[in-house]
Design a protein around this ligand. Structure first.
Ligand code: NDP
Length: 449
């Protein structure tokens, strides 16, 4: 019998923490999990899940407009924000309950309060003051939205707030050019908000393939979003009519709502990491080795708190590698290469592997790039000008596929399957040998010349 209260104490009941807690409990170990908010974490409570529902909601707005070309008259359509918001929150509550149940069903204890580290084997629950010991600790506390400290920043909202707005504003300014800003600009515009997206760079989605960035920037404009580039906010002032945002290019915009989507930071402040000798980097992310082990050898960290690849499925894979390493006698890290992901703009982006610029840097003139840009057949009758873009990048004589970048309807669904081709090391010849499924968007990827 161990001298500790638990074999494993997990801080944070998000995607990574719940997966690890459940799996270790299934192995018959004594597991406890602490969560200061609702079980489910960012993904379920204030991220991927409610966001995707908002995207579905926004797509209806666009589809009603497009329905006329298909013979439907969709006049007198109205949208009620409170219905969508409350339905989403009900679903979030249901899913959060499932997360709590998964732990309970497998015999793990859930403490619904914040936990902080006292020493390398002890945590303190901050509401009850109770101290609990454990042989191993897993930190899976995720990240939090971050906003720059400009004058009047207290007048801005961030993504956490956007899901719970009492009412939708008529006008909104969204600051940022990343995932959250671009996705919410599409959501707000689709729901009828007059939306301006302001980004300090020259095309949205830094880090993505340049053609994708340009395409998304153009598509946002087609949705009716006023995209303002090369500008950063300097001040947000209250005015009689709402808010006035000033920018470093001297311009000002009057609006009802300023939504800062300027990135996220690991949620490590006040966690007591120093009490166990755990090291963090300049961004506050916990430094771990390939096995997700921190500087304290019995303490591990997975997910956004380590700021490796900040995506839900990655946190889950890291958690499973942790379980194998510590409890199944199979030490392994998680391979972070070639992770496919989607950006749920309208239409969305699906991407996996190297961008063209990265491929050129790594393989020089040994790369080949295939692209196509077409108007999807659905849009012809709908009277929509939005186009679909596909890029496939290969390397070497055998033309191994090393990058695929898509913009268009359902591309996150398509890229999930195409991710397998890159993980499997398939070549352009394998794509060419695959017969098309007609008529689909996806068939274009096997007919690229
Ligand atoms: P991102 O890092 O993607 O984007 C932050 C944006 O804010 C960038 O455009 C950045 O500009 C800009 N920015 C940063 N600081 C300032 C500043 N001081 N003034 C003006 N602009 C600023 O963060 P997000 O919050 O959008 O998303 C966080 C992470 O969450 C993502 O990286 C992703 O890993 C994950 N996520 C994934 C989703 C998905 O899978 N679909 C959806 C949502 C989030 P610059 O580019 O110039 O640095």
């Amino acid at each position: 019998m161990s001298k500790y209260d638990y074999d494993l104490f997990v801080i944070g009941a998000g995607s990574g923490g719940v997966r690890a807690g459940r799996m270790v409990a299934q192995l018959g170990k004594r597991v406890a999990v602490a969560e200061e908010s609702r079980p489910g974490g960012t993904c379920v409570v204030r991220g991927c899940v409610p966001k995707k529902y908002l995207v579905y909601g926004a797509e209806y707005g666009n589809n009603f407009k497009a329905a006329k070309g298909y013979g439907w008259s969709a006049d007198n359509i109205r949208f009620d924000w409170t219905i969508l918001r409350d339905n989403i929150q009900n679903e979030v509550s249901r899913l959060s309950g499932i997360y709590a149940n998964i732990l309970a069903k497998n015999g793990a204890d859930l403490f619904k309060e914040r936990a902080e580290i006292v020493d390398k084997n002890t945590v303190r629950l901050t509401t009850s003051g109770k101290e609990i010991t454990a042989n191993t600790i897993l930190i899976a506390v995720g990240g939090r939205p971050w906003m720059p400290e400009i004058k009047g920043i207290e007048n801005a909202i961030m993504s956490d707030d956007a899901f719970l707005l009492d009412e939708l504003p008529e006008k909104a300014v969204i600051i940022g050019g990343g995932y959250i800003a671009s996705e919410f600009a599409g959501i707000f515009a689709g729901l009828g908000v007059k939306t301006t997206q302001v980004y300090r760079g020259n095309n949205l989605l830094r880090g993505f393939d340049e053609d994708v960035r340009q395409m998304v920037t153009e598509q946002q404009k087609m949705l009716g979003i006023d995209v303002k580039l090369n500008a950063s906010p300097t001040e947000i002032k209250k005015s009689s009519g709402g808010l006035i945002v000033s920018f470093d290019d001297g311009s000002k915009i009057g609006t009802e709502c300023v939504f800062m989507a300027t990135g996220r930071k690991p949620h490590t402040v006040g966690l007591g990491l120093e009490n166990a000798g755990i090291k963090v980097d300049d961004a506050g992310a916990i430094i771990v080795d390939e096995f997700s082990r921190t500087a304290a050898k019995n303490i591990y960290a997975v997910g956004d708190v380590t700021n490796r690849v900040n995506l839900t499925p990655v946190a889950i894979r890291e958690a499973m590698a942790f379980v194998d390493t510590v409890y199944n006698d199979k030490p392994r890290g998680y391979d972070h290469s070639n992770i496919a992901s989607g950006v749920f703009t309208i239409p969305p982006v699906g991407t996996v592997g190297l961008t063209e610029a990265e491929a050129r840097e790594q393989f020089g003139d040994k790369i080949k790039v295939y692209t196509t840009n077409f108007r999807p057949m659905k849009n012809a009758l709908a009277g929509k000008d939005q186009r679909c873009f596909m890029k496939l990048i290969t390397e070497g004589k055998k033309e191994r596929v090393i990058g695929i970048h898509l913009v268009g309807d359902d591309t996150p669904e398509i890229i999930q399957a195409l991710g397998i081709t890159i993980k499997g090391g398939l070549t352009k010849a394998d794509f060419d040998a695959t017969c098309a499924v007609h008529p689909t968007l996806a068939e274009e990827i096997v007919t690229l010349k």
